[in-house]
Design a binder for this molecule. Structure first.
Ligand code: FAD
Ligand code: SF4
Length: 470
């Protein structure tokens, strides 16, 4: 398809279709329709890119890995998928992770978003990489020369994986230490299969193993091996341990049974589907569930509870319902702070805005009722609970964010300097307060996004390479 600079006038924005909410919540499979059925529409969508003189999609408001978006849009428009894939891999080790999961700040910064119809960048990215895998173009990239230096990466989430792949491709011996049974971090144990199937993660781990990255799972640094032992055995160490400390709710009744944190809840369901355990401790089947927290983790809990067979799910948000359009203090190309409906909200939950849980009441040690501060707001589509002071519930899931690195890890490593937010402090070379120990991802940024973790993993790899004078 030849490039038409005004194609966006004639071609409407179209997103990859998702399966109907009532159908998809009957299973744990990917919420979208099969990607292969929708490849042919993608060049037309890519043709909508205006190739702006200043591509805001790549600016600091846009893509954190600085994907060369207008370049691969032009290539896809012309059907040059393989070259588009090469361009995409120049900046992003794992475009499939971001293609499935990124909230796409690039799209909110796209100039066409001024008219609320940005280029469907994330879908294009996803189809480029999936086309690449389908065609057999994504193959292990073996290092040209093997070097002596050895690097230990602690944590196998997207930050650790990106750092490991970059360093291995430079020819270093790279070992990834992971506390969990399998690699992937939150990609495996946090994010549900219906957002990104685990086969997508396993495919990439297999590629990394073929490239020579060694994974040692079931090893907790600080418990099984100390950080100083690790530092003594490797030329450099990178801590990519995530931001695992959950924020808690300090209200009466918190100690009741059935009041649980989001991560153990999601992680257990992921482990069941992954064949690691046979049942979850907390199953929402037949229960009335209150998810406290209106963010992405909360949405994943809602959708998981619905698939487990919850009777009713409420979502409690502390904030008032946002407006449908941007306020004057939140102009384009900033991330829009507007009312959003996630995939989980489409599947059915009652959203309760502008409320705070005040205390929990139980019977025989189990939560039975949640009390909340009275609300002025009403939920989208008619909130029937807003005026009530309490609700009957059987399960309360706390999805109210994270406060930095796990306290247990920090307590064992007083030599690591941290911020007030409980994240690691780094120097300009991304080194922690311990010589030769670097860090990346949520451990540094606080709970963030996959695309930021990949960006940080790539940057820390460059810092480690410079430290080792490669
Ligand atoms: C439920 C949920 C859903 C999310 N959904 C999205 C989404 O859709 N899109 C998006 O962009 N972002 C999403 N995020 C955020 C995203 O997952 C994180 O920002 C990202 O995974 C951070 O990557 P990371 O590599 O820094 O850390 P993590 O992915 O947290 O990985 C850290 C790893 O370190 C390991 N580890 C910790 N301590 C040790 C130790 N002492 N020894 C050995 N290993 C250790 C952990 O086991 C873990 O595997 C979500 C987060 C959650 C919680
Ligand atoms: S990684 Fe995220 S921000 Fe970057 S191009 Fe892809 S969807 Fe957009």
């Amino acid at each position: 398809m030849p490039k038409n600079p005004v194609a966006f006038i004639h071609v409407p924005r179209e997103k990859l279709p998702q399966r109907p909410p009532s159908v998809r919540q009957q299973d744990w499979n990917f919420i979208g329709e099969p990607l292969a059925d929708h490849v042919s529409a993608i060049p037309k969508q890519a043709s909508r890119c205006m190739d702006c003189a200043v591509p805001f999609c790549q600016s600091s408001y846009g893509c954190p890995v600085e994907n060369l978006i207008p370049d691969w849009n032009a290539l896809v428009t012309q059907g040059r998928w393989r070259e588009a894939l090469e361009s995409l891999h120049l900046t992003n080790n794992f475009p499939e992770f971001t293609g499935f999961l990124c909230p796409a700040p690039c799209e909110s910064a796209c100039v066409l978003n001024r008219e609320n119809a940005p280029v469907a960048i994330r879908d294009i990215e996803l189809q480029i990489i999936e086309q690449g895998f389908a065609a057999g173009w994504v193959v292990p990239q073996l290092p040209k020369t093997l070097r002596q230096e050895r690097v230990a990466i602690v944590g196998s989430g997207p930050a650790g994986l990106a750092a490991a792949q970059q360093l291995r491709r430079l020819g270093l011996h790279v070992t990834v230490f992971e506390r969990a049974a399998k690699p992937g971090g939150l990609l495996r144990y946090g994010i549900p299969d219906f957002k990104m199937p685990k086969s997508i993660l396993d495919r990439r781990i297999a590629q990394m193993q073929e490239e020579g990255v060694e994974f040692k799972c079931g090893v907790s640094i600080g418990d099984d091996v100390t950080l100083s032992e690790l530092r003594a055995s490797f030329d450099a160490v990178c801590l990519a341990v995530g931001a695992e400390q959950p924020r808690d709710l300090d209200i009466p009744g918190r100690e009741l049974g059935g009041v649980i944190q989001a991560m153990p809840y999601l992680s257990q369901q992921n482990q069941v589907l992954g064949g690691e355990v046979t049942a979850t401790d907390f199953n929402a089947a037949g229960k009335t569930v209150a998810v406290i927290g209106g963010g992405d983790t909360g949405s994943d809990c809602i959708a998981t509870a619905l698939r487990q067979g919850a009777k009713q799910v409420y979502e409690f948000s502390l904030i008032e319902q946002p407006k449908a359009t941007r306020g004057a203090s939140n102009p384009w190309p900033q991330w829009p702070l507007v009312f959003k409906k996630s995939y989980a909200h489409e599947e059915g939950c009652e959203r309760v805005w502008g409320v705070a849980a005040t205390h929990l009441e139980g019977a025989s040690g189990w939560v039975k009722r949640i009390h909340k501060a009275s609300s002025r707001a009403t939920g989208a589509g008619g909130d029937t609970t807003a005026g009530r002071a309490s609700l009957d519930v059987d399960l309360v899931i706390l999805a109210i964010g994270f406060t930095g690195i796990a306290q247990t890890f920090l307590a064992k490593h007083p030599e690591l300097k941290t911020s007030a937010q409980g994240t690691l402090l780094l120097d300009a070379q991304r080194m922690t307060s311990v010589q030769g120990v670097f860090a990346a991802g949520d451990a540094v940024r606080g709970a963030s996004l996959i695309v930021w973790a990949i960006a940080e993993g790539r940057k820390v790899a460059a810092s480690i390479a410079a430290f080792l004078a490669l």
